[in-house]
Ligand binder design. Sequence first.
Ligand code: GLY
Length: 363
Amino acid sequence: MSQALEVETDRGRTYSVVVGERAVDRLGRELPDPCAAVALVTDSNLARLHRDRVIDALGAGRTVSAFEFPAGEQHKTRRTKERIEDAMLGEGFGRDCTVVALGGGVTTDIAGFVASTYMRGVPWIALPTSLLAAVDASVGGKTGVDTDLGKNLIGAFHQPRAVLIDLELMQTLPGPEVDNGLTEMLKHAVIADASYLRSLVNEADRLRSLDPAVLEIAIARSIEIKGEVVAADTEERDYRQVLNLGHTIGHAIELVSRYRVSHGGAVAAGLAVECEIAARLGLMPGSARKEVVAALERLGLPVAPPAGTDPGELLQATKRDKKGRAGRPRYALPAGIGEMARGERGFAREVPDDVVLSALEEA
Ligand code: GLY
């Protein structure tokens, strides 16, 4: 069984997303015509595990070269991008090449960014291998790299040509990777679909054990939701801000913990705290906040920053969030489950420090 979706962008283009057990086998069919060469961009760990299967799926008739970089967020840099580009230029890749990204969020972001500027832009296809990359990084066309001054500060919007989510590539994910994906899925449910939230809760055990039948349906629903947001506002002028739900507090928790708390764990706690902020501002009913917290708990995700974290330090850390303006952090807040509140600028709003502090203290 597999799920096939079409994701739209606001430029009127669409691309296919296929979720299923042997989705990678479709790779040859998704290549543009002509496609003289394929640059398979992947990290050293995934190359060892899946490279041959991907090369088989590409089929004959074109040059295929793998460009590997060392695994890890610390390698999501301009330097890595430059090395891949220089290697592609060295092998004579022209405008008629396609970039294929095999990996998690780091690989997807770098490979998409390479594709966005190589010869002023070539097509790319995402083969996500983590749950987070499947439901977030590979859909929506945000590509980029980190710098010493912050994550994802240099990048481009460049939509993929296709996304193939092969559940067999995901069967060995470590726990924090599963947390990262489940948090994002729950966030999509809070943004747009209360019945999706309830089905995540009902299937929590099967989702955590990566049961393919349940995972396939949930991933497809998350992508549909993210796809609708991106179609409405590809370049994040307004509605796409809703995807930041949970992330203002989440990024602060990551920063204060010096990245010892996983991204998913930090955003899960951020989601709980931001629902509390929304309830304190009278945007979200208290019963809806409680239901989100119960859902986080049922999925085995944190609902508060790690014990002993100083709320004042977290508040200061929010002021360094890159989506803030002049040190004033902005929040995307829910109006209920399945509905986001309009802020003073689009869907983002500033929140008084005392409201944030009291929500953090409550958590
Ligand atoms: N990850 C948030 C977005 O794609 O806008």
